[in-house]
Design a protein around this ligand. Structure first.
Ligand code: GDP
Length: 302
């Protein structure tokens, strides 16, 4: 079995590529960007992976259901409700379904598994924890939830630090730990190291388990040169004093990482990563289309 630690928009490309090659995949999903909105529990990273593997993802936006409309949200706005987080009319069905089941006492793992089965997805989708864990961003405009920073404030405020609220009481999902123990290979998707992979590996049991099998752990750099392919990774990395390069990401992952895949264009950085005891391989790590996704997934399996 291949285990993939994943966030949302960057991770999903690799997950999709891997799913085109094998069904024997367990995606351990970040949950710390989950948020309660309009009385509904919304799980953006889990949903991006779910919609993508069900062939429903709006690929242009990178989130939500393709061809969705937003009439419900417009109606909410007319009633004076907040509408900065775009919940589509089709998308909302999943949030209602999930919230109903959670209120009946089911765990987030149970619900995520039920949803993926009903949508015909073969890969397992496992929330890293069933407990509450939220990424909070301390900015010059105060402390706010990651979604408030990135979606409501459009990522504009300057970032002082990033923290995970609820971490002391959050336990890693049993199913996630079992999957890691059974895994042939553990892939760290090209994802935001601080806000997508950070909260997963902050769960001490997950970190401990993957550290035991370092030689099986392979990460794809989300940074090429000194730039992130997309999203706020550099802003968070700077705040957390992680160097903005594949070297910085490798150092951040160094206690559990066996192999780092970097861009061919970053070959000059390989020796610095090798010095940390991390094997470094170089290939094209940009995924523009399905062909690129499958090519990189195949490379990772080799
Ligand atoms: P988020 O939850 O939407 O922020 O998504 P992720 O955490 O999964 O992914 C965001 C990260 O993926 C960013 O840091 C990007 O630089 C990186 N990324 C996006 N597309 C690609 C790609 O094609 N190749 C690589 N190597 N990284 C990518």
């Amino acid at each position: 079995m291949i285990v993939i630690l994943a966030g949302g928009t960057g991770s999903v490309k690799l997950v999709r590529g891997m799913a085109a090659i094998t069904d024997d995949i367990a995606v351990i999903s970040n949950v710390s960007d989950n948020i309660w909105l309009h009385g509904l529990y919304v799980c953006p990273d889990i949903d991006t992976i779910t919609y993508s593997l069900a062939g429903m993802l709006d690929k242009k936006k990178g989130w939500g259901v393709s061809g969705d409309t937003f009439s419900g949200l417009e109606q909410m706005k007319k009633m004076g409700q907040e509408s900065w987080f775009r919940l589509g009319d089709k998308d909302i069905a999943l949030h209602i379904f999930r919230t109903e089941l959670l209120k009946e006492g089911k765990s987030l793992s149970d619900v995520s598994d039920m949803v993926r089965r009903r949508l015909g997805i073969k890969a397992q989708i496992i929330p890293a924890t069933d407990d509450s864990l939220q990424t909070m961003v301390l900015t010059d405009k105060g402390k706010m939830h990651l979604q408030e920073f990135w979606v409501r404030e459009k990522g504009k405020p300057s970032v002082k630090s990033v923290s995970f609220e609820g971490l002391e009481n959050a336990k890693a999902s049993r199913i996630a730990i079992d999957a890691i123990r059974k895994a042939e290979r553990i892939i760290v998707a090209p994802a935001n190291p601080i806000s997508s992979i950070g909260p997963i590996i902050a769960l001490s049991e997950i970190r401990k388990e993957i550290s035991k099998v370092k030689q099986k752990v392979v990460a794809v750099s989300p940074i090429i040169g000194r730039s992130a392919v997309s999203g706020p990774a550099l802003k968070y990395m700077k705040a957390m004093e992680v160097e903005n390069s594949p070297v910085g990401v490798a150092r951040y992952y160094s206690d559990f990482l066996g192999t780092m895949i970097i861009s061919k264009t970053d070959s000059r950085m390989a020796s610095q990563i090798e010095k940390m005891g991390i094997r470094t391989l170089q290939t094209n790590i940009m995924m523009h289309n399905r062909k690129d996704e499958i090519r990189l997934a195949r490379y990772l399996l080799k």
